[in-house]
Write a new protein. Structure first.
Length: 129
C-alpha cells in the first residue's frame, strides 16, 4: 500500500509540474542557467514539461512503471543544474529565501529515492526462475 501512496505522490508532483511548465513557462524560463543559450530556454521548458507528464502517466501503467521511473529520475537529475543555479544566485530570486532554495536541493534527493522506490517491485525477481 505504501508504494501506491509514493507512486501517487510522484504522479501528482510530475503531472502538476509538467502542466505548470506550459501554464507558467515564463517562471521556468527565468530559472534557466546563464550557460544555456537563451534560444533554448523555452523549448527546454516545454520538452521537460512533456517528459514530466509522460513519465507521470507512465508510472500508472505497470508494464511501463520501471522505465517511466527511470526516466523521471533522469529528468530530476537533468534539471538539478537549474536548481543549483537558483541557489547560487539567490539574489536574482528574491521571492525565495536562500534556505528554501537549499532545502529544495536536499528534497530532490528524497524525491529521487521516492521515485525509485515507488516504481520498483517490492520483491526482487529470482534470476534463476
Amino acid at each position: 500500500m505504501s508504494r501506491k501512496i509514493g507512486r501517487g505522490f510522484v504522479f501528482v508532483f510530475f503531472l502538476l509540474g509538467g502542466v505548470c511548465h506550459f501554464l507558467l513557462s515564463g517562471a521556468f524560463v527565468s530559472i534557466m542557467p546563464d550557460y544555456v543559450p537563451a534560444s533554448l530556454h523555452l523549448p527546454a521548458v516545454y520538452v521537460s514539461g512533456v517528459f514530466e507528464i509522460v513519465g507521470a502517466v507512465g508510472i500508472l501503467i505497470p508494464a511501463l512503471r520501471r522505465t517511466a521511473g527511470n526516466g523521471l529520475m533522469a529528468l530530476t537529475v537533468a534539471v538539478t543544474p537549474a536548481n543549483v543555479h537558483m541557489w547560487l544566485h539567490a539574489e536574482r530570486f528574491p521571492d525565495f529565501p536562500p534556505a528554501v532554495l537549499a532545502l529544495r536541493l536536499a528534497l530532490q534527493l528524497l524525491l529521487l529515492y521516492c521515485i525509485g522506490w515507488s516504481t520498483r517491485d517490492a520483491r526482487p525477481k529470482n534470476p534463476f526462475q
